[in-house]
Design a protein around this ligand. Structure first.
Ligand code: AMP
Length: 285
């Protein structure tokens, strides 16, 4: 008999809302937890949800408290947990960067030799500095890393950056990226409950793939069909359907959402008309 799958979700912070909306979009119909409620169920799937801090998820999964969970890749490396990354989720993207005061002379990692570096990611920082043969003193801080140089606590910082605006606001300048992170679905290494986990990974993956694509429909005169197919950024073959009007076909294709903006004028120039783009709900390759 299939055992219920337990899954840890971030209860607060940056990863909470996008994790929840991914689960909702997957169709498992998660029950909204009440105030201070730590557990919930899904109406359409045998999945129990546990709401915990994103930085506790790697340990919960590693220790078998839950079968799988959503957390940041940086947190897995920082906690040095033995878990399996099942799926990259495409949100919570950020990079761990080294930064110094704007007026500092440092321009490369090597310039951090012998200096004091504040970070809330001491393990990753120490590992990467060691790999590059840089000797630096690491000062562990829990939060507000960016103000450490101004407080005289450190000469440099190693911190997560997404837009870079926090660095700029605090008069800091990046001198390079150590590590790229994003939210991931992780499972216990060597878990025996592979079937339910595989299903969850496939369903969440189908939503992530779908979000990155649009379904394109258009009409075009048959003699210009080759021009249209030549500009389509599609890997597979588009669907071509004869219309009731002789000499005109409809073309249907899946195209990357990021390409739509540059594609539309090209399609117009090829004589395409009645161009529609629709969101895709699921996409299983
Ligand atoms: P939380 O502290 O709960 O808001 O979650 C922090 C996690 O969100 C980090 O470990 C990263 O995986 C992710 N994240 C994405 N962008 C950023 C950012 N600019 N600063 C900090 N964390 C970020």
């Amino acid at each position: 008999m299939n055992r219920r799958l337990s899954m840890a979700l971030p209860s607060k912070g940056r990863l909470r809302e996008p994790s929840w909306s991914l689960l909702e979009a997957s169709g498992v119909d998660p029950q909204e937890p009440g105030e201070r409620v730590l557990q919930a169920h899904c109406r359409n799937a045998d999945i129990d949800l546990l709401f915990v801090r994103a930085d506790d998820v790697p340990e919960y999964v590693q220790d078998g408290v839950v079968d799988c969970g959503i957390t940041g890749l940086d947190l897995i490396y920082e906690r040095d947990c033995d878990v399996e990354v099942l799926l990259r989720l495409g949100f919570g993207t950020c990079s761990l960067q080294a930064a110094v005061s704007a007026e500092d002379s440092a321009t490369r990692f090597e310039d951090l030799e012998g200096r004091r570096i504040a970070t809330s990611h001491p393990r990753i920082a120490a590992r990467i500095l060691a790999e590059r043969g840089i000797n630096a003193e690491i000062v562990r801080v829990a939060g507000s890393v960016e103000i450490s140089p101004r407080l005289g606590l450190a000469d440099a910082i190693i911190d997560l950056v997404s837009t870079g605006s926090t660095l700029r606001t605090n008069g800091l300048r990046s001198i390079g990226t150590l590590f790229e992170s994003e939210a991931v679905l992780v499972g216990r290494t060597g878990s025996t409950d592979l079937e339910a986990r595989r299903t969850l990974t496939m369903v969440l993956g189908s939503v992530i793939n779908a979000r990155a694509n649009r379904y394109l429909l258009l009409n075009v005169a048959k003699e210009r069909l080759a021009e249209v197919t030549a500009v389509l950024p599609t890997k597979g073959s588009p669907t071509v359907i004869d219309l009731a009007t002789p000499g005109v076909v409809a073309v249907h294709a899946l195209v990357p959402a990021a390409d739509i903006w540059s594609l539309l004028p090209k399609l117009e120039a090829c004589g395409a008309s009645s161009i529609l783009t629709l969101p895709v709900e699921r996409m299983v390759r």
